[in-house]
Design a binder for this molecule. Structure first.
Ligand code: SF4
Length: 323
């Protein structure tokens, strides 16, 4: 297994298991987040790199699949191919490897994002792992005041079990974790044609996602999240979003689209988004005026230069070996 050091953590690149997983710290929400509803009012015009402290917040991002059967236009992972679901034991292995390789023994917050390679809703092992294994596993290695798992889904059309998965995850969030878990829907645009392009026609329509959203139980703890990875060309119509989703159930999270090779090749404008708050303000303010809770999250240039997006490290490693 190869370990790639990044500015804020490490990427584990395991060609034998066909898995890639990541451990990072965070700059602190006052440095990289604007969220009026949380009292964070400062506009983020670029993020300064600084040393991170895992005892405050520790983020593990693990693969739920070996490669990915989706084909999102902004993601490099599909180039790796697809080799099936990660088992419960393999997800445990990803978390254990991350925990074993740090000297830190306690943290205020341990976030686990099921968001590296793969679309998590295709893998029912994610539900079993989060419900039955994760907390015991973490407790074996560190003392974490909060353990917070998050599922991020691209809402695949081809998943006939999607509704059941999402409802099961809501129960895990609301009951097993008493609210300390997250559910994120990747929406990216309020224009179906723009979404269809980005997700290569493999994600549900906005009307279908809205219907699914109406089936969810009221969230315990944090609301559910609608993710928008934006460029300045993104269509984010606040009125349309309010027709589709209930601001009492969901918040909106705005991030820039990462500068992946695929995003560049497919014409996404990934260059202007980091230092200039204007790009974010045009999306944030209309939503705030319509009563939405909005988080704008901005990475540093250092984080983006680490290419910590799905599949990249594994693809680079394979290319090197076959050269
Ligand atoms: S963004 Fe996620 S779902 Fe889409 S291709 Fe990449 S890994 Fe798969």
């Amino acid at each position: 297994m190869k370990i790639v050091n990044t500015h804020t953590g490490k990427i584990y690149v395991d060609t034998d298991h066909r898995l890639e997983f990541l451990t990072v710290g965070d700059y602190g929400k006052e440095n990289n987040i604007k969220a009026d509803f949380l009292g964070l009012h400062k506009e983020i015009n670029g993020v300064q790199h600084k040393t991170v402290d895992l005892t405050q917040k520790w983020v593990a991002t693990i693969s739920t699949q070996k490669g990915c059967p989706m084909n999102c236009k902004f993601c490099d992972c599909p180039k790796y191919g697809f080799y099936g679901n990660a088992s419960v034991a393999e997800m445990a292995y990803e978390i254990e490897t991350i925990l074993k390789n740090e000297t830190v023994k306690n943290t205020d917050r341990f976030n686990v994002h099921f968001a590296r390679m793969g679309e998590p809703t295709f893998n029912p092992n994610v539900l079993a792992f989060a419900r039955d294994n994760l907390r015991k596993l973490v407790a074996k290695y560190i003392e974490a005041k909060t353990i917070h798992p998050v599922v991020s889904t691209m809402l695949p059309k081809a998943n006939s079990h999607l509704t059941q998965f999402v409802l099961d995850w809501c129960n895990i969030k609301n009951i097993d974790y008493r609210g300390e878990a997250g559910l994120q829907f990747s929406i990216n645009s309020t224009d179906d044609a723009q979404r269809d392009y980005q997700f290569n026609n493999r994600s549900l329509s906005l009307a279908e996602i809205s219907a699914l959203a109406k089936m969810l139980p009221h969230p315990v703890g944090r609301k559910y999240t609608l993710n928008f990875a934006v460029t300045k060309d993104t269509v984010l119509d606040a009125a349309r979003l309010t027709e589709l989703f209930d601001p009492n159930m969901f918040i909106v999270k705005i991030t820039p689209i990462h500068e992946t090779n695929s995003a560049v090749k497919n014409g996404f404008d990934v260059t202007t988004s980091y230092d200039d708050y204007d790009v974010y303000r045009q999306f944030e303010q209309p939503l705030v005026k319509m009563g939405w809770d909005v988080i704008v999250f901005v990475p540093s240039h250092e984080e983006d230069s680490d290419r910590i997006t799905c599949g990249n490290a594994l693809i680079a490693e394979i290319n090197q070996k076959t050269r």
